[in-house]
Every structure is written in C-alpha cells, then in structure tokens.
Write a protein that binds this ligand. Sequence first.
Ligand code: NAP
Length: 506
Amino acid sequence: MSNPADGHCHDAVIVGAGFGGMGAAIELHRQGYDDLVILEREDDLGGTWHVNRYPGLAVDIPSSTYSYSFEPNPHWSRLFAPGAELKRYAEHVADKYDLRRHMRFGAVVEEARWDEENSAWEVRIEGGEVVRGRFLLTATGFLSQPRLPDIAGIEDFRGTVIHTTRWDDDVELAGRRVGIIGTGATAVQLIPELAKVADHLTVYQRTPIYVSPKLDGPVPAIVRRAFAKVPLTQRAARLVRTSILEVMMVAGVLHFRDLPWANAVGKRVCEAHLRRQVEDPQLRARLTPDYDFGCKRPTFSNDYYPTFAKPHVDLETTGIDHVDAQGIVTADGNRVDLDVLVLATGFNLWEANFPAIRIVGREGRDLGKWWRDNRFCAYEGITIPRFPNLFSLNSPYSYSGLSYFTTIETQMAHLGRVLAAMRERSADVVEVTEEANDRFLDRMTGLLDNSVFNAGSCATARSYYFNQHGEAVLLRPTSTLSAAREATRFPLDDYTFTAARVSASA
Ligand code: NAP
C-alpha cells in the first residue's frame, strides 16, 4: 500500500460510526487519545439506526436498556422506542462527546494491513487513499452486510425490489400487490405496516419465528420528567429490565441443559401468545416453530399474528421456486403476481462480515481466511493473535446479553485496561498470545455445551447465530456480569507488550 501523502499516523483509525465505533472513540478520548479518524461508509452516523428506516422500525428490547449506561436518555417516548429516536440519540452522543470532528462519511474501507516496520495500521479506502493509525478498531456491526437471496430469476422481476436496509419512502405501496420474503425480526415489524397500505400482501415464510407479547406503550411525561430530574429512578428501571433480559438469556438459553424448564417457559409464553391471537389451527400450525426457543433470536410483537387473519394477507409456506418478470412462483407451481417485492432476508454474517473488511496482520495472516480455515475466535471477543493493536469489536464470542450496549461497554472496559497497561509499560505494540486465545476458545466451547445451541434442537432454525461450520460462536456463553468482570480482571500476561520494533515482552 502507498503511504498517505503527508505520512501522518493517527492515534487510531476506527471503522464504523455506529454505537460501537462511537463507544470506542469515547474510551480512546478517556485514555488521552484525541487524534482519531472514524471512517464510515454511509453518509451519516448511527450505523443500524441510520441505515434501517423501514416502516415499523423500533428497538426490539426495552429502550431503558438500550443506551450507554453513562449517557442515559430520559426522553424515550415508548417502552420500545421507534427507530428515529435511536438515530437522534446517536446524534446527541456524537455532539455531546465531540465525536463528529473525527468522522469521515462515504469512506468505504477496503483493506487494513499491519505495517510491521512502522508498527502501524494502513487502512485503504475505496478510491485508493490510505490512512494510518497506531491502533485499528473495527466496529462494522454484526448485521451490516445485507443478504440478497439466491433465488433464481430475481433479477428478471419487472416490479420494484427493495431490501429492508435500503428502504425508499418514495416506493408506492398503497393499492399495490406486495410480496415479502422473510419472517425474521425485521419482517415481524414491517409486515403489519405493509398490510395497512397494500392492496394485497403475500408473506413468504421459510422458517417461523418465536414471537412473544410486547409490553409496550408510551412513557408518560411524568415518568420522563422523573428520569431527567432524578437519574437514579431511570437507573433503577434499567436495572430491573436488564435483570429480566439477563435471566431470560442465562437461564433460558445458556443453561438449557441444566434448566430446561426455563427454556420451556419462554417457548410456552410464545405459544400461548400465538394461540390467543390466531384462531385457525392450520394457520397456527404453519406459524409454529419446530426448533427450540432461543436457537434464533425471538422477537416481540402484538400485531404480527393478527395481520394474517386479514382477508388481503396470505402466508405462503411452500418454498419459492423462482421469480420471473411478474412475480413469484412457488415449488407447487402456484404463481403470485406482484408489483413490489420486499426482501426482509437479513444479513450475511459469516461469509461477508467476519470480518467486514479484509484485515491482514503479522506474517500476512488474513483474518477472514484464518477464521474460516481454523476456528472462529477472538480473545474475550475483541483481540486476535498476530493482529497487534487491533480491537475487533464485532468478533466471535463478543456479543454478550441482549442489549448491544452491554457488549459495547464491556469492550470499552477491556480496551481501556489494555491501553492503560501499555502506558504503564511504555509499550507501543500490544498483542494477545496464541495460548490465551486458545484457552479462551476452549472455555467458550465447553460452556456452549450447556446452551440451547449445542444441547437443544436447533437444526431446523437456520439461525444466523451459527457459522458455516455449524458452531454458534456469535454470542458469548456467559452472563453479562461475568463478561463485565473479566473485562476489568483478565490477566495482563495474556498480552505481550513491546516497544516499536524492539522485542521486549513485559
Ligand atoms: P433474519 O433474522 O436473518 O431473517 C431473515 C429472514 O429472511 C428469515 O426469515 C429467512 O428465512 C428469510 N430468508 C433469507 N433468505 C431467504 C431465501 N433465500 N428464501 C426464503 N427466505 C429467506 O434477519 P432480520 O429479520 O433482518 O433480523 C436480523 C436481526 O436484526 C434480528 O435478529 C435482530 O437481532 C435484529 N433486528 C433488530 C431490530 C431492532 O432492534 N429494531 C429490528 C429488526 C431486526 P430462514 O429463517 O429460513 O433463513
């Protein structure tokens, strides 16, 4: 790679201006690093909450848990806030923590390469420009590479095709025949909205999803005022809701083998919800998952199931054979003509997103290739051997708990501790050891055996939690408390600390 014209080396290059990247920048500021550049491929900040704008978008866990704990937002209008409020919260954080000055939009990173000689990362942006940084922090999100379904003939469709991450409000839906492929968490939010305007809606479901009742509603003004004036009240509300999510995750999913009844409770709650909302037993059967609760992320909705009772909405569960110019033909030869085809087909995680950009470390180790050829692992979900000064925030075993902010703050703590240790040792380069990485992987693999992913029945779930080797290595199989504790107590000997171009282990 060619060096930047001015040879300047930033303290850190951060890839991604969503909540993960902004959290990393806040932690770097706290540690005294101010020369940062945040490269963002989109034209604004906010990550998921900038990209996703489809009708019905809302946070899918209680809002009180979905913010930085050090920057609570007392203004959420609902218990599950709409997406636009999340975007505004991201803008507020960027302003308050003075992050905008570091951000460059429309900067599509193609590759990052460790420059051994200069102990720095060289990051190449589309168009050829190279920026350099002592540290590289990748915060490209887990759900950021849209998956376009591999369905024959889709390119022949003469109507409008739209993926949920590229929503276009100008596409006319009123009075049109709309088809939607997918019934994941995105579709569950979108389908009731489409049904409100479309002349006819056909939902193509391959795998049903567990849907639980949504305890949603407006947050009364008096409560919002109390949250703003006495932050302790909001902290208490957050603690209660975080604890509920934690129990669901730890007891119901991670301790499946020990506590099968806890998992069964989650399943029963969803099944009872379906029974209450759908009278027709045949329709109910088609909407009932045949895998264990928790194999894929369940979702919350009160208006998803009732949508299928509407006369202009059809649920199609026969597989799609092909798409042609007019619409969709299923395997039984049935054809449905469409004007608009919505792809709620999710994201490509394991081939296109681990990692989202090409990262080449020491001795030419290519991170994506290395993960795919070996096993997916990052020490404590953040660092990888042979990738010095890299903090990869969207790594295997990094996602802890149900609110992404739990993960972000755990990683901020880990990052802060490593950077402080480097300062104490006057080190320029830090790298996790292979032994520490292997030990962590062995521990996570062992813990997974207790989880629904290994001990349950997940074969038919088609869950994105599982990689191409059939391993569920996305979520960290420990409690969030344990993850947070480890972020401040992991053995510093698990890293080597060296001066630039001088080998001197601490
Ligand atoms: P997803 O859960 O991966 O669902 C994709 C859907 O598309 C699945 O139903 C899948 O069926 C179907 N599909 C994909 N390719 C297909 C094909 N070739 N033929 C037929 N069907 C196909 O993606 P998502 O709904 O976008 O949700 C992803 C995650 O985003 C969620 O789990 C959640 O964590 C997050 N999310 C968050 C929010 C929020 O906080 N507001 C909102 C929405 C989503 P199979 O299951 O059979 O593969």
